[in-house]
Design a binder for this molecule. Structure first.
Ligand SMILES: *[C@@H]1O[C@H](CO)[C@@H](O)[C@H](O)[C@H]1NC(C)=O
Ligand SMILES: *[C@@H]1O[C@H](CO)[C@@H](O)[C@H](O)[C@H]1NC(C)=O
Ligand SMILES: *[C@@H]1O[C@H](CO)[C@@H](O)[C@H](O)[C@H]1NC(C)=O
Length: 232
């Protein structure tokens, strides 16, 4: 692609992202209007934030349940972004402990299952690293959404690969599957959140190869006011 073509492709990507943001904002607004027209009690700000934040995700219930617990005092989407990363890596860390416990607890464990559980521990530690590193990058400089999603997709693959390896013991498989259930959903939700993050979008052209990079202002620029004004 030449430089001009690259810029056009980049600009189209920006438009797509903006369109996605606008759709989400519209959905949130129409829900809110519907809500107030029914005269139901206003939700606390943090609950409204959580609902708006989780609305574009694939697993809304898991997202809302975990964030309501973990980020009850969230004041901004940036707080929730941080919280969903921490909750997810925490759940995966619990699953690492579960894989170790199963090696000790399961009776008559086969060599193969034992090896698969050891692999799980290793794969899941990579997943935790990916999630924590991605959060650190997200809070630092601007990064391309594509790169952030690549790291989170890897975290998802590590968890799925762990489960795929447990073919020899249905007990180990079902226990690890339960241990990873919510973290896999939350990791998928992070991918959806990354798609929604860009609010202030800029286009940067890489000097070396003139590949357009969609980079974003990673602190979502949406606000909530306690009087109900603001974006939500
Ligand atoms: C995992 O186990 C270690 C060692 O027993 C413990 O310190 C840690 O808190 C556990 N982590 C989670 C997330 O439960
Ligand atoms: C372990 O396996 C042996 C032989 O396959 C079997 O006799 C025994 O009952 C098993 N023990 C448990 C607790 O499953
Ligand atoms: C955030 O939004 C406000 C109001 O919509 C705007 O004035 C401000 O410039 C925005 N900040 C960034 C960093 O985009």
């Amino acid at each position: 692609m030449n430089k001009k073509g690259a810029r056009i492709a980049g600009a189209s990507a920006v438009l797509l992202v903006l369109a996605a943001v606008i759709v989400v904002v519209c959905v949130v607004f129409s829900k809110r209007n519907h809500h107030s027209s029914t005269g139901a009690a206003e939700l606390p700000v943090s609950e409204k934030l959580v609902k708006a934040f989780c609305q574009p995700t694939d697993h809304i219930e898991t997202c809302e349940a975990e964030l309501s617990k973990a980020a009850a005092h969230a004041r901004s989407p940036a707080d929730l972004t941080e919280a969903i990363f921490h909750v997810t890596s925490g759940k995966i860390s619990e699953a690492i402990n579960e894989s170790k416990a199963l090696i000790d607890d399961l009776r008559n464990i086969s060599k193969r299952t034992s090896r698969a559980l050891h692999n799980c521990g290793e794969l899941l530690s990579y997943a935790v690293d990916d999630i924590e590193t991605t959060l650190a990058r997200l809070q630092g400089q601007v990064y391309s959404v594509g790169d952030l999603k690549t790291w989170i997709s890897a975290a998802l693959t590590f968890q799925e690969t762990c489960l795929d390896g447990l073919t020899d013991s249905s007990e180990a498989a079902s226990k690890m599957s339960a241990a990873l259930g919510s973290s896999i959903e939350l990791t998928e939700d992070i991918l959806a959140v990354l798609d929604q993050l860009p609010v202030a979008v800029t286009l940067q052209v890489d000097e070396d190869n003139a590949v357009p990079n969609l980079v974003v202002e990673l602190k979502p620029n949406i606000t909530v006011a306690s009087d109900g004004s603001g974006d939500f």
